[in-house]
Design a binder for this molecule. Structure first.
Ligand code: AVJ
Length: 352
């Protein structure tokens, strides 16, 4: 029963377990098929970006982060290396909860800073991949004797009901994954987090900032073609898991900046007609030559707008860390009490 999860999690932390599975984590066999069918029935067509990250896709994404054009990961890692101690000095000792932790590589800077000043640090990584969680907790146990890892295998949402019991804490959400959410999803996300995070707790957000269009577009069109393979893998996965027979050579990877929506859009353009047949649903979808399917968005942010939006959801910016070029930002946010209404410096210097 879903309501038992906070109690189960409390027991797991108490007994030092490395991993708890949140309810509903195992997807039904049909979930992928239904999601693909929903997107391909729409006009224009789209596909849920979540399904880009199967074992194959997650590995390709790791490879993307190592490409010279893909600046976000290394810029954020450098900020964490430089400012983790400053962040800990502001928040004081705390439990660290990380949404979408993956292999927790960048987080090691924070774990080092927080375990330096406390006898014991609890780290709660949250991820849908249990393999990544297991490998991360093993690596952390080897490097940090004073860090207890109790991970949650589940979606971001599944972790929210346990936040109340983890206070004082800092929730970490890195990589500008927030940019994957459209406006409606972003609103739902911040509402949900704000509703579960007690006042006085902190939230560390990694956000990719607007910059030269050429720089942003190059990051999603690397010369080695890894991002193109990442796009291709979505359709290879449809073939593998849904019994389709898509000609992968018919697909061209397209990644372009949308000035209206201020986001990168990653699409697959088909230059030949295709039929995508989904076995389990016995449904077929026709793709016309030239048709494009939207796979992923990556919104880029302007700091004053982002700070204003966060304030409206009950998050006050305590400090913003950016690199010299101003390409990426780490925002250290404090959850403030809803009933306290006070003038916001962000809002006032934002009125231009
Ligand atoms: C993992 C969502 C942060 O938007 O930059 C990178 C995904 N897709 N290249 C991003 C991605 C293609 C990435 N995030």
């Amino acid at each position: 029963m879903a309501s038992d999860f906070p109690a189960r999690f409390r027991e797991a932390v108490g007994s030092g377990a490395t991993l708890v599975e949140a309810p509903g984590t195992r997807e039904s066999e049909l979930a992928f098929a239904r999601s693909v069918a929903a997107g391909l029935s729409d006009d224009p067509k789209w596909l849920h970006c979540r399904f880009l990250y199967d074992a194959e896709g997650s590995q390709l994404f790791e490879e993307i982060t190592q490409q010279p054009e893909y600046y976000p990961t290394r810029t954020e890692a450098a900020l964490l290396a430089e400012y983790s101690v400053a962040i800990r000095e502001i928040t004081g000792p705390r439990t660290l909860v990380e949404l979408g932790s993956g292999y927790s590589v960048k987080t090691e800077h924070l774990l080092a800073a927080y375990s330096e000043s406390a006898e014991r640090v609890l780290y709660v990584p949250v991820d849908v991949s249990d393999t990544a969680l297991r490998e991360a907790s093993k690596a952390i146990a080897e490097s940090f004797a004073d860090v207890q890892v109790t991970g949650i295998n589940g979606t971001y949402g599944s972790a929210l009901p346990v936040l109340r019991q983890l206070s004082p804490q800092m929730v970490i959400f890195l990589g500008s994954t927030i940019g994957n959410f459209n406006e409606a999803e972003t609103t739902a996300f911040w509402r949900n987090v704000a509703g579960h995070l007690p006042a006085g707790d902190f939230f560390l957000l990694g956000a990719d900032l607007e910059k030269d269009v050429q720089v942003m577009e190059a990051a999603y069109n690397d010369a080695a073609g890894v991002t193109a393979r990442f796009t291709n893998n979505y359709f290879a996965r449809i073939n593998r898991e849904l019994g389709a027979n898509i000609d992968l050579d018919a697909i061209e990877h397209v990644a372009a900046w949308s000035p209206e929506r201020r986001r990168m859009e990653i699409l697959a353009r088909f230059h030949m007609a295709q039929t995508i047949y989904i076995e389990s649903l016995d449904q077929a979808f026709a793709i016309s030559p030239g048709e494009e399917i939207l796979l992923e968005i990556s919104r880029k942010f302007r700091l004053p707008d982002l700070e204003e939006e966060l304030f409206a959801f009950g998050f006050d910016v305590r400090r913003t860390f950016t690199d010299q070029k101003g390409w990426f930002a780490l925002l250290l946010l404090e959850r403030i009490d809803d009933v306290v209404i006070r003038p916001s410096p962000q809002l006032s210097h934002n009125v231009r």
